[in-house]
Design a protein around this ligand. Structure first.
Ligand SMILES: Cc1cc2nc3c(=O)[nH]c(=O)nc-3n(C[C@H](O)[C@H](O)[C@H](O)COP(=O)(O)OP(=O)(O)OC[C@H]3O[C@@H](n4cnc5c(N)ncnc54)[C@H](O)[C@@H]3O)c2cc1C
Length: 249
């Protein structure tokens, strides 16, 4: 879907002429090979931010005028944050489990995730194309990459051990072992999928932390995708947010 079609879809949604069907993404961004970030649902836009602020003095706007955009900038600059909570986004994401662990540290989101106690469907694993070297000074960081033959050797080793875990899992399931125990053998690079809902204020907090060059590359690419997904809906806020970052993206 092009950006123009995407904007038109959102406009249709806002005018109430389109029913939002669960599982039908407005837009999908594919990441890390088989992963993705989908925008599933949206509540509110920049006018919702303006009207949340204007209710303080019992006023209401029907159009996003230049003055209203200035009001949003004022709210942003002075950290009047609750009007930004009037806009909400629901995403559906497919991420490796080690990224889910980082993402779910953000307590202001609501989550619902696929359960490996219920289903063994659609199991798969993330094998990176390239591997990064450990940074010398920053223990949580990486610097530089391995060469092609080293990458291939790491990939083969990861594929082989991952496949072995998967095969043992299948064997244990076929022997009748309960899924909640069989899954203990599954590695951290396994894909998982969940809905994640958040308001704009807390999403921007997440993005500030996870777009940062100090964040792990694999979560940074999801943060970039979410920023891209919300830009057509809250373009001015995204601009103010980007200007306020103390690092380059
Ligand atoms: C680069 C990076 C490295 C990290 N490394 C580690 C690590 O080594 N080990 C580790 O354990 N974690 C690590 N984290 C996770 C980090 O400590 C936070 O748990 C995570 O970023 C969520 O941030 P948050 O609590 O601000 O977000 P949210 O949970 O979304 O909360 C948003 C804001 O709401 C408020 N809030 C929410 N809950 C509470 C509460 N219970 N009490 C008071 N205020 C609350 C706070 O103001 C908070 O900033 C790392 C994060 C980053 C970005």
């Amino acid at each position: 879907m092009s950006d123009m079609e995407f904007k038109a879809k959102i406009e249709e949604l806002k005018s109430g002429s389109v029913a939002v069907i669960e599982n039908t993404a407005f837009r999908r961004i594919t990441l890390l090979g088989k992963g993705h970030a989908d925008l599933i649902d949206v509540m509110g836009d920049e006018l919702a931010i303006v009207n949340a602020a204007k209710v303080s003095y019992s006023k209401h706007a029907t159009k996003l005028t230049k003055n209203n955009i200035k009001l949003i900038k004022y709210l942003w600059d002075h950290r009047h944050t609750t009007p930004f909570e009037m806009v909400e986004f629901k995403f559906r994401v497919k991420v490796p489990i080690f990224i889910r662990a980082q993402w779910h540290r953000h307590r202001t989101w609501s989550y619902n995730e696929i359960s490996r106690r219920y289903t063994s469907d659609d199991m798969g694993f993330h094998i990176p194309e390239t591997f990064r070297k450990q940074a010398e000074k920053n223990k949580q960081g990486s610097e530089g990459e391995f060469n092609d033959s080293e990458n291939e050797a790491f990939r083969k080793e990861m594929e082989s051990i991952t496949k072995k875990c998967f095969d043992i899992y299948d064997k244990w399931i076929s022997l009748g072992m309960v899924r909640e125990q069989a899954r203990m053998i599954l590695p951290q690079n396994m894909w998982t999928e969940y809905y994640a809902k958040v308001d704009l204020h807390n999403l921007l907090h997440f993005l500030r932390l996870r777009l940062d060059p100090h964040a792990q590359y694999e979560i940074r690419v999801y943060a970039e995708a979410l920023l891209e997904l919300i830009t057509p809906i809250v373009p001015n806020v995204v601009e103010f947010f980007k200007e306020s970052l103390d690092y380059d993206i």
